[in-house]
Design a protein around this ligand. Structure first.
Ligand SMILES: Cc1ncc(COP(=O)(O)O)c(C=O)c1O
Length: 480
């Protein structure tokens, strides 16, 4: 039911003050001037509150239950971060205020940038990009600007492993690179021989996430870095999986030249459904001049926005990014401290390995090795035997009040779950998840059709995913 369907003529929720502007000329073209009143829903305040409260209650969220969405790091976000982000001094400022009146906000961003540089081992950083994928595009544009600035116009290729997140090849292509995919080795990591064959003088950049999306640490990272740099290319770090490394090791020390982070994953902003997010991009010294504008600078104890950067890739969005996400990340870092952050990395890895050992009794682990923050399990054999797919198991998990893990990704594993428990879950929750998963596999063996028709207890049953993505309906149809 939409808000329009509960609308009743003349029901009022809010009355605007009398209009005392009689004459104004917006100088709009005739065809843009509205001929009739907009069809706004007519509802009382209590109608509105109940409608949206009931809708919200149908939602699943990390505040409701376990959300083991691999690669997406759906960890619990401490509420103090919300409280600080909602302080009036932060939430009510405007990006066009004179900088003398926004010193606190600029200082927060400057210090956040410095802390993130230290955590990643990079020399400089921009906080502007709005999401991980936007950070990737920014990073790719920086890589392009770097090669072009040296007159090296032949570097048209970006290498991306086949286990990479889909946004990696998309971002490289958007920045104008030809994407070269390399196959992973039998252990799920970068195959050095494949890399060697793909590397030539036309390669601009290698995009890697470490740990990779199989949750495996790229043990040969120093060798990889050497090979890439020897050919004159740059090494790009997709930092969406940084949770596992926090306080333990740094991409900058592994040889990465460009790094993007997902503040909305690792640094505690609730996320999902597309944002708002923040994908800061850090670089080594030799790339700092290409960072986007504006940059935040500190001059004689005063913070300012600098637009005068002749080699910059320029604007990548309006103003300086999603500020409230930065406040949350800043609060998170200040409350966690160095020791707290290290514990995040350790607990993320411990929880993932604990759960992996439990799940391996139920599903096959795609690459059975010590994992970092996540692991990938597969039921491909089970699907062949019973016809019950990973998707059916995922739908049945919803009936037990658990969000399904990421599925059918990375593309090199079939009928899979990518499971990331995160550091914020207790042993009890992990035990419970393994118990539920085991129960569902038993149900599927006994009565495959029952599991194939799940879910039964959710607000909606199975949705037609294909029609939803191919023929999306974004507006209410009022009819005639
Ligand atoms: C490994 C990896 N890289 C990049 C991204 C893209 O981040 P965003 O969703 O913020 O654009 C994700 C998001 O799921 C990811 O898991």
């Amino acid at each position: 039911m939409t808000i329009f369907e509960i609308s009743k003529s003349n029901r009022i929720g809010y009355e605007l003050p009398e209009n005392n502007i009689n004459d104004f000329d917006l100088n709009l073209p005739e065809h843009l001037i509205r001929k009739e009143d907009p069809k706004l829903p007519q509802v009382s305040e209590v109608d509105v509150v109940r409608h949206y409260t009931n809708l919200a209650a149908k939602n699943y969220a990390v505040d409701v239950g376990f959300y083991p969405l691999g690669s997406c790091t759906m960890k619990y976000n401490p509420k103090i971060n919300e409280k600080i982000a909602n302080l009036e001094g932060f939430s009510m400022i405007h990006p066009f205020q004179p900088h003398e009146t926004t010193q606190g906000a600029l200082k927060l961003m400057f210090e956040l940038k410095e802390m993130l540089c230290e955590i990643t081992g990079m020399d400089d950083m921009t906080l502007i990009p709005s999401a991980g994928a936007h950070g990737e595009l920014t990073g790719m544009l920086i890589a392009r600007a770097y090669h072009l600035s040296r007159g090296d116009t032949k570097r048209t290729k970006a290498i991306v492993p086949d286990s990479a997140h889909g946004t990696n090849p998309a971002s490289a292509a958007m920045a104008g690179f030809e994407v070269v995919e390399i196959k992973s080795g039998p252990d799920g990591r970068v195959d050095l021989e494949e890399l060697k064959n793909a590397l030539d003088e036309n390669v601009a950049v290698l995009m890697l996430t470490n740990p990779n999306t199989l949750g495996l640490f790229e043990k040969d990272i120093l060798k990889i870095s050497e090979m890439v740099h020897e050919k004159g290319a740059l090494l790009y770090y997709d930092g969406a999986n940084l949770n596992a490394l926090l306080g333990i090791t740094r991409p900058g020390d592994m040889g990465f030249d460009i790094v993007h982070l997902n503040l909305h994953k690792t640094f505690s902003t609730p996320h999902g459904m597309g944002g708002p997010g923040s994908g800061p991009v850090g670089v080594k010294k030799h790339l700092a001049k290409f960072l986007p504008i504006p940059e935040i600078v500190k001059e004689n104890e005063e913070y300012k926005l600098n637009y005068n950067k002749p080699d910059s890739i320029g604007f990548i969005r309006s103003n300086y990014g999603n500020f409230s996400v930065m406040v949350r990340a800043y609060t998170y870092l200040k409350t966690m401290g160095k020791d707290g952050l290290k514990k995040v990395g350790q607990m993320a890895v411990l929880n993932a390995n604990y759960l992996r050992k439990k799940v391996e009794k139920i599903m096959e682990i795609a690459y059975p090795d010590f994992c970092m923050h996540e692991f990938v399990s597969t039921c491909e054999k089970f699907t062949k035997e019973t016809g019950v797919k990973a998707l059916d198991i995922a739908k049945r998990l919803l009936d037990y009040g658990v969000h399904a893990p990421t599925m059918y990704f990375p593309l090199i594993v079939h009928e899979d779950f990518m499971i990331e428990p995160t550091e914020t879950e207790s042993k009890d929750t992990l035990d419970k998840f393994a118990e539920i998963l085991s129960k569902i596999f038993e149900e599927a063996k006994e009565n495959p059709d029952f599991v194939k028709n799940a879910p039964y207890n959710t607000p909606v049953r199975r949705l037609d995913d294909v029609s939803a993505s191919r023929k999306p309906v974004f507006r209410f149809n009022f009819g005639k």
